[in-house]
Design a binder for this molecule. Structure first.
Ligand code: FES
Length: 511
């Protein structure tokens, strides 16, 4: 365990973060032209890079921070055979064959993880569990029945059960056998080790600022480094800069607390309710003690109060469990795709040979893993059974995903409203130490954070991606953009794309 873990994309520490492997990568001896450059060192990037390297393709990973810095270091690490986009929803938008192929992708993603754990001998607390999904009222029962029917139709084993290891009263429940959980950072540490052993090159603290493409070749510029590669994979969730995905994926924050119980049994299962937003519960043994992980209460990035989300999560947990202490609390980000399925493949409106993967919804472990394989297959043989289904250039009606329509309307609102109005104004003096706020000082909009010593960190709140106004996230001490999910630390440094440029400090801005 690393007692001084490298940072994650927020101020709160996840338990996995203490297992970050911060051995600096060996200085790279790079051949002049790589087969593939993978941008991003999370589960997608490492899975793709390892498969490419194992297939004899010379590969480099460029990670802007350190391996696992982004969502992989903050996920709650569930491995499921069902997905947030239900198979019934997938069938309604993509037909029965599409839903079957989606179920296959989810299953193959889960199998890829368990195969890597056994073949690479990765010690990552991997455990098989039963997953339970329960309904508490008539409406939820109806949804549950649809989930049951659609799961069987696409070949996912599921049963009704009367026994769920939860203190929450419920009406009806499903049991999915063969689910699993693990420590995602220990897992990607194992992938990293195998990747380096297979001759892979790793650059950390390397932000790819620009890519110039010529026919069949791409030049990636990062500070003083120039990397030339025949293919590029963006494994960064949202590809950088402005892309179609800014209008096709909505960024969400998700919350988790890990608590110690006074007594009683920790459930040996993965348990989900059907509320909107939902809650889940699972047990993980961390540093020799069992902890109950309770998560959910997801909301769109930059829209609701993270402090309130944590308070509600804690209250919910205490309503049902005898909590003796809260050991960890953290949040992370994911992206909901417009039509329910991820975008994996050739990136639209870019040169051939530039690939991306995004829109995993809350299923990043399975979809990130299968995305790694799909992208590696595309680079190696330009072939994958998932090409059409996950094609990032597909056009699909999105009416069945009314939630997304609402999100997009909301983005449009921010594009306009943010340019004319800072709703909350206050004086710098009244800002409490440790607090951040949007202020208007001398007619100028400021994103101001006052540190514990009373120093003001004043930034221009205009997001460098596309001009929306950032919002303060008091829990992760970050400035989060409500439009496409870019996030910045208190100095204005980019934590999460699609922005690639830091927020300007007020001094920079004035100079
Ligand atoms: Fe697009 Fe901020 S992330 S405007």
């Amino acid at each position: 365990m690393n007692i001084n873990p490298p940072s994650r994309d927020g101020a709160l520490n996840s338990p996995w973060q203490y297992n970050f492997d911060n051995t600096p990568p060996k200085p790279a001896e790079m051949q002049s032209i790589l087969d593939c450059l993978v941008v991003g060192g999370g589960i997608t990037g490492l899975t793709a890079a390892l498969l490419l390297q194992q297939a004899g393709k010379q590969t480099a990973i460029a990670e802007a921070h350190t391996i696992g810095f982004g969502t992989t270091g903050g996920t709650s690490a569930h491995i499921n055979t069902f997905a947030d986009t239900t198979y019934a929803e997938a069938e309604s938008a993509f037909g029965e064959e599409g839903a079957r192929l989606f179920a296959r992708a989810i299953r193959e993603g889960a199998e890829l993880i368990s195969n890597n754990v056994s073949t690479l001998n990765i010690d990552c607390d991997y455990e098989s569990k039963t997953g339970y999904l329960y309904a508490e009222d008539e409406e939820q029962i109806k949804q549950l029945e649809e989930i049951y029917t659609a799961a069987l139709k696409v070949g996912v084993p599921v049963n009704y059960t009367a026994n769920v290891p939860t203190p929450v009263p419920f009406e009806k429940a499903l049991a999915f056998e063969g689910q699993a959980q693990f420590d995602p950072i220990k897992y990607i540490n194992g992938l990293k080790k195998a990747y380096i052993k297979a001759g892979g090159i790793l650059f950390e603290h390397t932000l790819i600022e620009k890519v110039d493409s010529k026919i069949g070749m791409h030049e990636a510029h990062a500070n003083k480094l120039l990397i030339t590669a025949k293919a590029i994979i963006y494994a960064t969730h949202m590809p950088p800069n402005i892309s179609v995905f800014n209008f096709e994926c909505a960024p969400y924050r998700s919350y988790v607390i890990a608590v110690k119980l006074k007594g009683g049994k920790y459930p040996d299962a993965l348990i989900y309710d059907s509320q909107e937003p939902y809650h889940y519960v699972r047990t993980h043994r961390i540093d020799g003690e069992d902890l109950l992980l309770v998560g959910g209460l997801d909301h769109k990035t930059g829209h609701e109060d993270p402090e309130k989300a944590f308070a509600e999560l804690e209250k919910y947990t205490k309503d049902y469990y005898a909590v003796s202490s809260v050991k960890y609390r953290w949040s992370s980000q994911y992206y909901i795709p417009a039509d329910g399925l991820p975008y994996i493949g050739q990136m639209p409106l870019t040169a051939d040979g530039i690939y991306c993967a995004t829109g995993y919804n809350g299923n990043g472990m399975m979809l990130g893993s299968i995305a790694g394989r799909i992208l590696a297959d595309l680079v190696i043989a330009n072939d994958t059974p998932y090409r059409q289904l996950f094609n990032p250039a597909r056009i699909k009606p999105i009416d069945s995903f009314s939630e997304f329509v609402k999100e997009n309307a909301d983005v449009a609102y921010h594009f306009i409203a943010d340019r004319f109005n800072v709703k909350k104004t206050d004086s710098l003096k009244r800002l409490a130490p440790g607090a951040g706020k949007l202020l208007e000082v001398d007619g100028k909009k400021i994103a101001a954070y006052k540190d514990e010593q009373g120093n003001i960190h004043a930034l221009n709140p205009v997001c460098t991606h596309s001009g929306c106004i950032v919002a303060w996230n008091a829990e992760e001490r970050s400035w989060d953009c409500p439009c496409h999910g870019a996030r910045y630390d208190i100095e204005g440094n980019v934590l999460t794309g699609p922005a690639t440029r830091n927020l300007k400090t007020i001094t920079d801005d004035e100079s």
